[in-house]
Design a protein around this ligand. Structure first.
Ligand code: 13P
Length: 257
């Protein structure tokens, strides 16, 4: 049985003090008996990670929104490595978010290298894939996503793939208030699991967690979690509101009772 996981991607929001307050509010409303039923993770900006780590007691996991692929210290101005994130208590790292691909030119090759660097440092990469509205309307969704997925995991071996999380985030659903239907998201999630089965084996593919992302919130999360191949959500806007985020956790915990 794969455990559901809800990951809050705080994106470029909040000052350090506001991030600590949000983490404290989430922690305060979190019910400790949810630990068995749903994994909760927050991913603040690099600047906020340390402060947020100081507020969390361990029942809510910590992740980063990106990392650089080089393992050793070096002349890479502005970048942050996996071991730096590990030291602060991160267990997860989001990689290849569509916003980074669009605004910062992140390529499939970079996403692959970053995912490997994460795994080498024992961080769980949350690899994001997703099609644009144009691609969906042109009927290219499945073909495009399969290509994006296989490029990202090209050099990840059989032993490591079970530690990878794949997040399906249709670009048109992000921040739009208009999520994909649970059925459409499930169609893609099952395609992802099929591609993982073909590249590795069924045993590995069945262990990988696959998330949906794009306008997920407390009142629609149950529909996604109810699908066979969707194991949780990567959440933007709704993760910035403690009540809404905790509401999502409560609804997933209830579903998994
Ligand atoms: P929203 O939940 O705001 O649509 O953002 C989704 C997302 O991009 C999470 O990574």
């Amino acid at each position: 049985m794969r455990k559901p996981i809800i990951v809050g991607n705080w994106k470029m929001n909040l000052t350090v003090s506001a991030a600590k307050k949000l983490a404290g509010d989430i922690e305060g409303d979190y019910k400790s008996d949810w630990v068995e039923k749903v994994e909760a993770v927050v991913c603040p900006t690099y600047l906020q990670i340390s402060g947020v780590a100081g507020v969390l007691s361990g029942q809510i996991g910590l992740g980063a929104q990106d990392l650089f692929w080089e393992k050793e210290d070096g002349a890479y101005t502005g970048e942050v490595s996996a071991i730096m994130l590990k030291e602060l208590g991160c267990k997860y790292v989001i990689i290849g978010h569509s916003e980074r691909r669009e605004y910062l030119g992140e390529t499939d090759e970079m996403v692959g290298k970053k995912s490997q660097a994460a795994l080498a440092a024992d961080l769980t990469p949350i690899i994001c894939i997703g099609e644009s509205k144009e691609q969906r309307e042109a009927g290219q969704t499945n073909e495009f996503l399969e290509k994006q997925l296989l490029a990202a995991i090209e050099n990840i071996d059989q032993a490591d793939i079970v530690r990878v999380i794949i997040a399906y985030e249709p670009i048109w659903a992000i921040g739009s208030g208009d999520p994909a239907s649970p059925e459409d998201a499930e169609e893609v999630a099952s395609l992802i699991r099929e591609a993982l089965t073909d590249k590795y084996s069924q045993a590995e593919a069945q262990q990988c967690q696959i998330l949906y992302g794009g306008s997920a919130k407390a009142d629609n999360i149950a529909g996604f979690i109810g699908q066979d191949n969707i194991d949780g959500a990567l959440v933007g806007g709704a993760s910035l509101d403690a009540e809404e985020f905790v509401g999502m956790l409560a609804n997933v915990a209830k579903k998994n009772d």
